[in-house]
Design a protein around this ligand. Sequence first.
Ligand code: FAD
Length: 345
Amino acid sequence: KAHEQIPIESIEAPKNLPAHGVWVYIEQLQGEVAPVSWELMGVGRQLADKLNCPLSGVLLGHDIQPLTELAFQYGADTLYAIDDPMLEPYTNECHSIALVQLCQAHHPEILLIGATTTGRDLSGSVATALRTGLTADCTQLDVDVDNRKLLQTRPAFGGNILATILCRDRWPQMATVRPRVFPEPEKQPHRRGALVWSDLGLDPSRTVMEVVDRILDERTEGYLDEADIIIAGGRGIGSKENFRYVEELAQAIGGMIGASRPAVESGWAPYSHQVGQTGFTVRPKLYIAAGISGAIQHLVGMQNSDVIVAINKDPDAPIFRVATYGIVGDAATILPALTLELGAR
Ligand code: FAD
């Protein structure tokens, strides 16, 4: 609910100050951290080591003290934290102001944010306020060490190419990264770092946003990007009637169903199960792709799965190039056979 204009423009952008360090925004809601934050800590550590600079976390919220140790255990050298009732629950206004203030005080060279609903909302406002660029939905990150540039790779032109984008002469270099693109690093239980508390210093009467209600998504089956086993069906499944073979195998081996875009558009599976560029990015232990050709827009969402089993009647289907195991044949015959065999174990 907005009452008046947001005062974020009043914050000055950093000018000609040396930037230093890799930062990760640690997204949390009521004490629960979004797993992508730890995944970013893992890749952030690699980038920081190459650039020979520290890795820092940014934690914003209220009553967040219990989470501070976790940030160090996942690799932060320094944690910048602000604890304020105005930061819980998340609002774009308060979190943007807090993050911008911290960036201006400490000048990070690189700022990484998870491409969650919250991260997508926050990153645009922060990049605008800091007068810097933002590369959304990166699937690969690296650094050009000599020029200290973040190499931000993401699908472009409808996913037909992977473009590597550089941010010239602006700081911080900002990127959002989808969940499950990078693995979560090992937690180091005894690791410690420097904890820097700051004040938000925002007058509640001057804020313009107010959360009037929170409605929880009542999913009983969990989220696709957190599933360990996914059985995905594509156009080759043929019909909604046949899609039950996908559902039955998922049920038999404790997996979730996934779908290509045509399968979703045909109404065989809901959008919340779409894998790919315009759906979820997943990284399960096992991904079974049945009747899916392996278009780049689908591959970018699942190619980092640990084991990929492809079932396709066309032996030349591109999906076989990323598959660990391939079965050439009719999905309507093979899926029920797998259900029978694996369900009995
Ligand atoms: P097809 O490409 O038609 O492949 C069907 C496959 O099934 C074929 O390989 C065929 O050999 C096989 N087959 C047929 N019959 C059988 C059978 N009886 N048994 C076994 N195999 C059989 N796609 C996504 O999936 N996710 C996205 O998020 C996504 N985003 C997109 C975003 C943009 C901007 C664009 C332009 C496209 C996007 N697409 C996305 C669409 C993508 O380009 C492909 O069209 C889509 O992935 C193809 O889906 P499919 O493999 O199910 O169908």
